[in-house]
Design a protein. Structure first.
Length: 149
């Protein structure tokens, strides 16, 4: 006998309003990602220092540097995984703020911390994080911690 699976199947009917670009076939798979809770989003945004206004559209870019015969060429490129959106929408729909932060992320936060004591605390956390708290909970316990973006 087969062991029970943790997977489930949910019947979803999509209406495309005769839009050709939204074609799907029976058996196609669809991922549904719920948004993060607004209380968590608001708490996280309050920790941002010099962040954009919550209703301002922003886009995520990364710096690509290439070595060429003429030297290093730097280009800012748009991150294709995130459409232009507000910081609130990014935290609500595109970023996972409920998974405990990784040691690497905590080290990056430490490098951006504006307070020496909090920076050291983040560095220590990056070495001993047990994976039990999401990022908003962690910042709640470090109430003075501000992240400069």
């Amino acid at each position: 006998s087969e062991s029970p699976s943790s997977r489930s199947t949910i019947f979803v009917r999509l209406h495309t309003n005769n839009e050709d670009r939204l074609a799907y076939q029976p058996g196609d798979h669809l991922g549904i990602f719920p948004g993060n809770h607004e209380d968590l989003i608001t708490a996280l945004i309050e920790k941002l220092e010099d962040g954009p206004p919550v209703n301002q559209i922003v886009k995520v870019e990364f710096l690509e540097e290439r070595n060429t015969a003429l030297g290093v060429i730097s280009n800012w490129l748009e991150e294709p995984r995130f459409p232009p959106c507000t910081i609130y929408q990014a935290f609500q729909y595109f970023l996972d703020i409920t998974t405990p932060p990784s040691p690497v992320l905590l080290q990056q936060f430490a490098s951006l911390a504006t307070n020496d004591k909090q920076r050291k605390k983040l560095e220590t956390l990056s070495k001993v994080m047990n994976g039990s708290n999401h990022i908003v909970c962690m910042f709640h316990h470090m109430y003075r911690c501000r992240i400069l973006i």
